[in-house]
Design a protein around this ligand. Structure first.
Ligand SMILES: [Zn+2]
Length: 578
């Protein structure tokens, strides 16, 4: 099986595999021999809420129940000044960074999708064309992009070991690792190279799937779950405010705010009717669930089954459960971080946390598990909202910018008529120039990169730019944005010129809604909450990164941190710290 994979990988993939295997074996050599210390937690739980921005817990704390987020904030350690230290604050990068403890420059997941020059194509961070979904999809994907997203899922582009990998190595494979999410990348990346169960939600079918990378049949508990068609029961449901007696506007913004989107045929205001515009459950409906709090509830039902079926926390060796609740993300994209919808899904997330803790108390035992809660990134306010506050804000249309770039290149270096070929790939932050185009014109790539970077810097909504050469050479420490861009830069995967939008600006093809992915604080700020055995209750204003989670979880599990982890366990977090 392994050799089959090696042959299918090609030389680059093979090199990556060797690197990862090398990393894992180094980790094994470095770890302490005994990992079943009685004072260590029997189960570590890594919980992500996708796009739960760092200020939400404080902003809406007075509306939370006593035993949800508040239980963690009160009895655990709450890091209020936790920021990602890199520029490309997106889901794939965030999940990989927390699990590995390092930044994209080392783990390689620079974005969700990037242009892979060696493959001559855009690639998605967790798919290739060798793995297949399990169970197989009933339909053929519509195009290459859909095929890329629908074709199975693998962690093979992840270049660093995760805490799950370390735990597996340290226990000779005995520790159970379960990783579950609605999004494939949010289950796959935290789960590492060899989780026991890794499942995500498939919008074509409304079912949870894995891939042939992991196994050829789904676990019986997942099969049974899917058989009940659990996604169908939300069809026709209305998403209403959780707390009708609370004045939502006071805690967020007016319901009819400019810049809001309709989402997945859900409408701009409450109540949001969930049909996906379909007369019966089908693809658009299954996709729409993912953009409502019902998506998180659906995932949580599977999580409960997984905890019980895999008997997590009941083995001689400690186990690891990774859960990523994804629905918060599309809700924030569609209606904006200041919307009543985001307030509402956060209140509902609070109830999920309460119930998750109750399930863990009952099944694993109070004090017998350890939990870290964080998010993969934050979110930019709707530009319309920012403008109302007097800020300079807006959307940069990627296709317009790409065309302008091509025109500039044609004017400056071109042979009339074929300038569009100059830009081989554009991710919205990285520009990949065609080497063939440059060669045909006898141009030095370094010179063209520098000229394009200078030109781009003067375009609407752009704060600054960097060339590949600058990023490889290194930047002054005081260039804080530049250092963030460097940590998102991987020479084999990143573009030739990288752009950073001004604060409150972003690159988006859509006329409404918002997004994330910048080094600005609204995108980098996330919660980091640590709860469990040995943790001193405390509120911590000192600066940390979410990547500390990897070392913290390793410490709680009694294993060495992942080899490439950059962030250490914060001082005085554990009461037993020397
Ligand atoms: Zn997002």
């Amino acid at each position: 099986m392994l050799m089959q994979r090696c042959r299918a990988l090609g030389p680059v993939g093979l090199l990556l595999l060797i690197l990862v295997v090398g990393l894992l074996s180094q980790t094994v050599a470095d770890r302490p021999a005994e990992t079943t210390l009685p004072d260590k937690s029997r189960l570590a739980v890594l919980v992500y809420f996708d796009q739960l921005r760092g200020d939400y817990l404080e902003r809406w704390r007075s509306l939370f129940v006593e035993q949800g987020f508040n239980r963690l904030l009160r009895d655990g350690a709450w890091f209020t000044n936790c920021h990602y230290p890199y520029a490309n604050t997106v889901t794939g990068a965030g999940h990989a960074s927390v699990a590995t403890g390092c930044s994209p420059w080392k783990h390689g997941i620079i974005l969700n999708d990037w242009y892979q020059r060696s493959e001559g194509a855009s690639v998605y961070c967790v798919t290739d064309f060798r793995s297949e979904p399990v169970p197989p999809l009933p339909i053929e994907p519509r195009n290459r992009e859909a095929a890329m997203k629908a074709r199975g899922g693998t962690p093979e582009r992840l270049l660093a070991a995760t805490v799950a990998d370390v735990l597996k190595s340290a226990t000779g494979g005995k520790a159970r690792v379960v990783s579950l999410s609605l999004k494939d990348r949010s289950a796959i990346l935290p789960g590492g190279q060899s989780p026991d169960a890794c499942y995500w939600y498939e919008i074509e079918t409304g079912q949870f799937v894995t891939s042939t990378y992991y196994r050829d049949r789904v676990h019986p508990w997942v099969e049974e779950f899917n058989r009940g068609r659990p996604a169908d029961r939300y069809y026709g449901r209305e998403w209403q405010r959780l707390l009708p007696h609370v004045d939502y506007q006071r805690y967020s913004s007016p319901e009819e705010a400019p810049g809001k989107d309709e989402g997945f045929a859900l409408g701009r205001t409450f109540p949001h009717l969930l049909t996906g515009g379909m007369s019966r459950p089908a693809r658009k409906y299954y996709e729409a669930i993912y953009g409502t709090p019902f998506g998180n509830e659906l995932l949580f039902d599977l999580v409960k089954r997984g905890i019980a079926a895999e008997a997590l926390g009941k083995h001689a060796t400690p186990d690891l459960l990774c859960v990523s609740f994804s629905a918060n993300d599309p809700i924030g994209h569609v209606w904006g971080p200041d919307s009543q919808e985001v307030l509402d899904v956060t209140l509902r997330s609070d109830l999920l946390v309460k119930e998750l803790l109750e399930v863990l108390d009952a099944q694993v035992g109070k004090g017998a598990y350890f939990l870290v809660l964080t998010a993969d990134h934050g979110i930019c306010p709707l530009p319309e909202h920012s403008k109302e506050e007097g800020k300079d804000a807006g959307r940069i249309k990627p296709m317009v910018l790409k065309k302008q770039m091509a025109e500039y290149l044609e004017e400056t270096f071109g042979l009339k008529g074929d300038a569009a070929a100059a830009v081989e790939g554009f991710t919205g932050e990285g520009i990949y120039l065609s080497r063939a185009w440059l060669r045909a014109r006898g141009q030095d790539p370094r010179e063209v990169n520098a000229r394009l970077a200078r030109w781009l810097k003067n375009q609407t909504g752009i704060l600054t730019t960097y060339t590949r050469e600058q990023l490889i050479k290194g930047l002054p420490e005081e260039d804080v944005i530049g250092q963030c861009v460097r940590r998102s830069f991987h020479p084999d995967r990143s573009g030739d010129v990288i752009l950073v939008p001004k604060p409150y600006w972003f690159v988006s093809p859509y006329p409404t809604g918002t997004t994330h992915g910048s080094p600005h604080s609204y995108d980098t700020h996330v919660p980091l909450v640590v709860y469990g055995q040995g943790i001193k209750p405390q509120v911590r204003p000192d600066a940390v990164t979410p990547q500390a989670a990897a070392a913290i979880l390793a410490e709680a599990l009694g294993v060495a941190p992942p080899k490439m982890a950059e962030a250490k366990v914060p001082e005085n977090l554990f009461s037993s710290n020397k």
